[in-house]
Ligand binder design. Structure first.
Ligand code: ZN
Ligand code: ZN
Length: 319
């Protein structure tokens, strides 16, 4: 099979011919149709998650299964044997082996998954536009889900950072709550895009003049976390998803009383199924740019340059 390999940390992706996988036990092989390119892929290249090289990247995978048809792969494969996995929270399993981050993923014509429980049929969804749901869409869905139960008609929600994940979050908040949704981003074009996705308002960070019951920070830098902690209401909720690595002081009197602060990681297997169902019933989407598998390095370069307004998806079936 054709694959794009990351041979070593910091190296360029290389085209390679690999033997077709031969599944053992309960393992299943999927013919990959589409694989999204995610910022986490760049973190693997940079060695931020350790060194699993040589590795085939790609964790936003849609492919064809011989009996289930077109499926989305749930990529954070939990150990199945710990308290988190027992609760269905495989995304926080300490021994998870994430496809495309730790073990071989979807920048290839075929991928092996441990068993069919990690496959969810996508029904009539388009494989290319739905691939980013597997990580970007699911991560934003889980992040938003932490706040939805407390949002009512007079609530205000804010999304910090209107990249691909932020654009998903705006649409979820509009569909799943009655809150007024404000997007905060330094980039004027992204603010415009956000208004097109249904945000009620889109402002620059220095234009924020109100408090919010719920804030999702898709940047995670110190200034964005500081903005969130000063702009969240008492009893409100701040969710950080962005991997920028910032921090804020936490303690009594340092943050508004009874405000909750939590990080949110990826999503559970159950939430991925929920999300596919939700996507089938709504028109949620982000702009998707298709590139051939052989152009995976160019896709990485483009993502790194910041020139991607939605998500890039590698077209693997079409190559
Ligand atoms: Zn586990
Ligand atoms: Zn990802």
């Amino acid at each position: 099979m054709k694959a794009m390999i990351l041979p070593a940390v910091g190296a360029k992706l290389e085209a390679a011919e690999r033997p077709d996988p031969s599944p053992k036990g309960e393992e299943e092989v999927i013919d990959v149709i589409a694989c999204g390119v995610c910022h986490s892929d760049l973190h693997v290249v940079d060695g931020d998650y350790g060194d699993a090289t040589p590795i085939i990247l790609g964790h936003e995978i849609v492919g064809e299964h011989k009996t289930l048809g077109p499926v989305m792969v749930y990529a954070p494969w939990g150990c199945g044997d710990c308290p988190e996995c027992a609760k269905g929270q495989q995304q926080i399993c300490s021994n998870a082996k994430e496809a495309g981050l730790v073990v071989d993923g979807g920048y290839a014509e075929k991928v092996v998954v441990p068993n069919t429980s990690y496959l969810a049929p996508i029904g009539s969804l388009d494989p290319y536009s739905s691939a980013p749901l597997a990580c970007g869409g699911l991560t934003a869905y889980r992040a938003v889900s932490h706040g939805i139960p407390d949002l009512g008609k007079r609530s205000k929600a804010a999304v910090i950072g209107a990249g691909g994940l932020g654009q998903f979050a705006i649409q979820y908040l509009r569909h799943l709550s009655d809150a007024e949704v404000t997007v905060i981003d330094i980039d004027e074009n992204k603010r415009k895009e956000a208004l097109g996705r249904g945000a009620h308002a889109a402002v620059a960070p220095d234009e924020v003049d109100t408090k919010f019951d719920f804030i999702v920070d898709f940047v995670g830098a110190t200034p964005t976390l500081e903005l969130a902690s000063t702009r969240v209401t008492k009893g409100g909720c701040v969710v950080v998803v962005g991997l920028f690595g910032g921090s804020i002081p936490f303690g009594f009197g340092r943050v508004p009383h009874e405000a909750r602060f939590l990080s949110s990681v990826w999503g559970s297997p159950k939430q991925m199924v929920e999300l596919l169902d939700f996507a089938a019933k709504t028109d949620i989407s982000v702009p998707v740019e298709r590139m051939p598998l052989s152009q995976a390095q160019a896709a990485h370069d483009k993502l790194r340059s910041g020139a991607v307004s939605g998500r890039i998806v590698l077209d693997i079936a079409g190559e």
